[in-house]
Design a protein around this ligand. Structure first.
Ligand code: NAD
Length: 493
């Protein structure tokens, strides 16, 4: 299926064709071209930033309730178009329809949560000033911010930056992943319908070049990014020395799950599989390293997980019966994961359950389990797909040491019946999301979301996104200008 050219730009309330190089996006399930257009050129990026700059003073000044009204209309439109937008997510990202529906649900839910977070974390607060008068805390928006999104949650994750940014009074230039341009287009159309004033939200589609042009533009006041660690590094370097700009980075991880003293093997299998293989392993919180005992108990855990994997259906988003996992995002990603498995085997890993690719022309992968205990100098990299590395250890001390043996720190989990071991784990583990007997994927939007180490730059998103969308202004004030009754110490009367 090919189609006419899509407009790659939404600038100052108008859909336009880009002036950069042509690119297209494919449905990963069948290879159909589902979006094609010309990317935003540096001049287009400049025009988008100028439109946002022009719109900013009026948007920032607008009554908060009026901004909230538009956001709530957007939430209503998301609910009205839930099924259609979920189908677009499935087309663009290959997600099963049931899962894409949960993504749209999270997008709509983001509005109420962001309003609560805005008041709770920022907003305006009144108190008494020392020595009389008032102490007032206000928050102001930064100005024009760039929002970058990844492909794995093409609706929910950019939305997690855009909604709080607009609520706080910022104007936005949004650069979605080039792998999922259709979701971005449909979402921006809903913002347009919600009545967002021209220039407040602008869209620039394109590949890496477009991202670089936006990130390097002197006209942005900040950049909110969710994506890969290599791109995060690039942006961190590019922003070095620019103290006036705010940079929020939400990156990847090499997340551990420790299973210890857990009697219910069905529960172990369920929570492990949901943590490792949901979204075909393409969630930033997915478990990458499963840490289990060397003893027979560990063998039983692995066997139960392997058996559970037999039950997983891999297929196209709209297949009947419904699949648990769709394809990974592209043939390139599938090639990379197959190569990663081969490299681990060459380095001494033992395959327990091989990742397979039934159709070499398409990126459908079956889930893989691989024991990497004997691999020397294991690479501390995020393998972003359905491959779970298993590490066997002799003691709980070793398990914690192994869990923390990463340069990242996004998520870590423990499946365990022993509350004392959990107390040790929560105290000693180094990650921003640490779960006990719950799957690691599927974080709460009502909590902060972010990691330590190289998983970000200490600007957690979700509930705490309010913090990076506005800056605080602390005021001591009184409406009467009066001199003190007595001269200050050291001052002659
Ligand atoms: P990516 O870094 O490849 O792309 C993200 C965006 O950055 C895209 O718009 C891309 O065009 C742009 N980009 C790429 N190189 C650039 C450069 N040099 N300068 C400016 N822009 C550039 O990420 P992805 O592959 O789409 O997403 C998957 C990654 O996202 C995984 O690593 C995953 O762990 C991570 N992720 C993190 C979170 C989180 O909240 N911590 C959530 C979801 C995904």
């Amino acid at each position: 299926m090919t189609q006419k050219s899509n407009p790659a730009l939404f600038i100052n309330g108008t859909w336009q064709t880009g002036n950069g190089k042509a690119f297209h996006a494919e449905n990963p399930a069948n290879g159909d071209i589902i979006w094609q257009g010309k990317a935003a050129s540096p001049d287009d990026v400049n025009a988008a930033i100028m439109a946002a700059r022009n719109a900013f003073p009026a948007w920032a000044k607008r009554d908060l309730n009026e901004r909230i009204e538009i956001l709530e209309r957007f939430a209503g439109l998301l609910n009205d178009h839930k099924d259609a937008l979920a189908r677009t997510i499935s087309l663009d990202a290959g997600k099963p329809h049931w899962e894409a529906l949960t993504e749209v649900g999270a997008m709509a839910g983001k509005i109420a949560i962001s309003i609560k977070a805005y008041h709770d974390r920022t907003g305006t607060r009144h108190g008494d000033a020392p020595g009389g008068g008032q102490a007032i805390l206000r928050h102001k928006p930064h100005g024009v911010v760039a929002v970058f999104g990844p492909y794995n949650f093409p609706g929910h994750l950019p939305n997690g930056h855009v909604v709080p940014a607009l609520l706080a009074g910022n104007c936005v230039v949004f650069k979605p992943s080039e792998l999922t341009p259709l979701v971005a287009e449909e979402t921006v159309k809903l913002w347009q319908q919600a009545g967002l004033p021209d220039g407040v939200l602008n869209l620039v589609q394109g590949e890496r070049d477009t991202g670089i042009a936006l990130a390097q533009h002197p006209g942005i006041d900040g950049l909110f990014f969710t994506g890969s660690v290599p791109t995060g590094y690039h942006l961190h370097h590019a922003f070095a020395g620019q103290m006036a700009k705010i940079l929020a980075l939400e990156l990847g991880g090499n997340n551990p799950l420790v299973v210890w003293n857990a009697a219910d093997l069905d529960a172990v299998a369920h929570h492990t599989v949901m943590s490792a293989f949901i979204t075909a392993g393409q969630r930033c919180t997915c478990v990458r390293r499963l840490i289990v005992p060397t003893a027979a108990k560990g063998d039983a855990m692995i066997a139960a997980i392997n058996d559970y994997c037999d039950r997983l259906i891999v297929g196209a988003p709209d297949d009947d019966p419904e699949p648990f996992m769709g394809p990974v995002i592209s043939n390139r990603a599938a090639d990379g994961l197959m190569a990663a498995q081969a490299k681990l085997v060459a380095d001494g890993a033992k395959i327990i359950r091989e990742i397979t690719r039934p159709d070499p022309a398409r990126p459908f992968l079956t889930p893989g389990l691989i024991d990497v205990t004997d691999v020397k100098n294991r690479a501390d990299e995020e393998l972003f797909g359905p491959i779970l590395q298993i590490i066997r250890v002799d003691s709980f001390d070793d398990a914690i040491r192994e869990a923390n043996n990463t340069r990242f720190g996004l998520a870590a989990g423990l499946l365990c019946d022993d509350a004392k071991l959990w107390q040790r784990f929560i105290h000693e583990s180094r990650a921003g999301i640490v779960n006990w007997n719950k799957q690691l994927t599927g974080a709460s939007s009502a909590a902060p979301f972010g990691g330590i180490g190289e998983s970000g730059n200490h600007r957690p998103s979700a509930y705490y996104a309010a913090d990076y969308c506005a800056w605080p202004v602390a005021t001591l004030q009184t409406d009467k200008l009066v001199a003190p009754d007595a001269a200050p110490k050291g001052v002659r009367p």
